[in-house]
Design a protein around this ligand. Structure first.
Ligand code: AMP
Length: 402
């Protein structure tokens, strides 16, 4: 079965084409600057990346360009677009209504629209991608895979905030969580690696990229998670603050005269590693600056690592056991000093890093702790696109059975 995976942002379309007989990637790419001048398609097939200047005034035209490229006689990989048997869409927010990957119908579209106010930067472009794919591939089943779905198992004690009940009932203020597809992928891989069934595995999974989140997984199910109503809560991120005292917002409004919009932008786009270091949101730049003696960059790395360690400690305390800590995402998969520092900060709960193993596990599965570490720490590269492709295949196959 050929499955086309689409991830639409406000001005971009990321895609991968899978042959699910062996889960191989036939082509992948990114269309940038959708709706702007100077759109560029980066299309990769046969181990070659093609850069093509195109005119993509909207997602519908952009998707048509991508589909035409997939059947292009020179750089395409399909003879005919009808070879595609399922389209999988990444959708960020399914709210409380959708708990698993679902065939897209009018009700699913309504749910995506209903939750747009909770994910204003993501759900509208995700929907634009769905509508574009539905018109270009009208006979092909379209499946929505929600970032929030894996976190739908959080119990009320983890997802409710201690605010008036009406805030939850009327305005749906609660913890939803994000990056669920990544946390689910590494959970499944970890179970395989540890030789356990998913239902018996207890884990702490840390997705450490430009956005960062952590999930406590008990018996294969998410029981707590660090992101909240929005992806601002929890760990320190590239440009997001993560946890702060909410009173900082009132204080800065009253004392510094900042508007709510300014504070919102500052906490989402100018904080985190960027705000602390004054150098960059990119961990590589922070590490480089710290090595040259920049103490702000060094502090940014330490605050980042300390926050991760603190959350791991909290999740260790609430889990029924912990078979492993998993790190993934750009920083988790690559950043040796950060991984090492997090392990060092966890020595009180018996984590013992192994520096040589840490150096070997770059962008690949690997154990980075010593054999006598009380809790093993594993690096598992994430693969959200493959997870979306698998779900799409499963939903399409279930349709055929019905
Ligand atoms: P992601 O959002 O998952 O693509 O992750 C982006 C983050 O991963 C950025 O902070 C990058 O600096 C970090 N990253 C990627 N490659 C490396 C690397 N080789 N060393 C350190 N950090 C890295």
């Amino acid at each position: 079965m050929i499955v086309f995976v689409v991830n639409c942002g406000s001005s971009s379309i990321k895609y991968q084409l899978f042959d699910m007989t062996d889960e191989s990637v036939l082509a992948r790419g990114l269309l940038e600057r959708v709706g702007q001048s100077g759109s560029v398609l980066h299309h990769r097939s046969d181990e070659t990346t093609h850069e093509i200047e195109v005119d993509a005034p909207n997602h519908t035209v952009g998707l048509k360009i991508i589909l035409d490229t997939l059947v292009d006689p020179k750089i395409g990989v399909l003879k005919n677009i009808e070879e595609i048997e399922g389209v999988g869409h990444r959708v960020v927010h399914g709210g409380e209504q959708i708990r698993e990957s679902t065939l897209i119908d009018d009700n699913v579209i309504k749910v995506i629209k209903d939750n747009a106010s909770l994910a204003p930067l993501h759900n509208p472009p995700n929907l634009a991608g769905i509508e574009a794919a539905m018109s270009a591939l009208s006979n092909v089943p379209q499946v929505a895979v929600f970032d929030t779905a894996f976190l739908a198992t959080l119990p009320p004690r983890a997802y409710r905030y201690a605010v008036p009940r009406q805030w939850y009932e009327k305005y749906r203020v609660r913890r939803y969580g994000f990056h669920g597809t990544s946390h689910r992928y590494v959970t499944l891989r970890a179970a395989e690696i540890l030789g356990k069934s998913v239902e018996e595995v207890n884990l702490i999974t840390a997705h450490l990229g430009n956005g960062c989140s952590m999930t406590a997984v008990a018996g294969g199910k998410a029981i707590d998670h660090s992101m909240g109503l929005t992806p601002l809560e929890g760990l320190v991120m590239g440009t997001r603050s993560g946890d702060i005292d909410p009173a900082v917002i009132f204080y800065m409004a009253r004392t510094a005269g900042m508007s709510l919009d300014e504070i919102d932008t500052t906490l989402n786009k100018k904080s985190g590693l960027l705000g602390l270091s004054g150098v960059s949101n990119d961990m590589r730049d922070c590490i480089e600056a710290a090595e040259k003696g920049n103490t702000d960059a060094a502090l940014a790395m330490e605050v980042f690592s300390y926050r991760v360690a603190k959350y791991i400690g909290a999740y260790f305390a609430i889990l029924p056991g912990c078979d492993a800590i998993i790190m993934t995402g750009g920083i988790g998969e690559n950043s040796l000093p950060i991984r090492l520092r997090i392990c060092q900060l966890l020595s009180n709960i018996g984590v013992i890093p192994d520096e040589k193993r840490n150096e070997e596990a770059i962008r690949k599965v690997g154990l980075i702790t010593a054999d006598d570490s009380k809790i093993p720490v594993w690096i598992i590269p994430t693969n959200e696109e493959l997870m979306i492709a698998r779900d799409t295949r499963d939903v399409v196959e279930q349709m055929a059975v019905k």
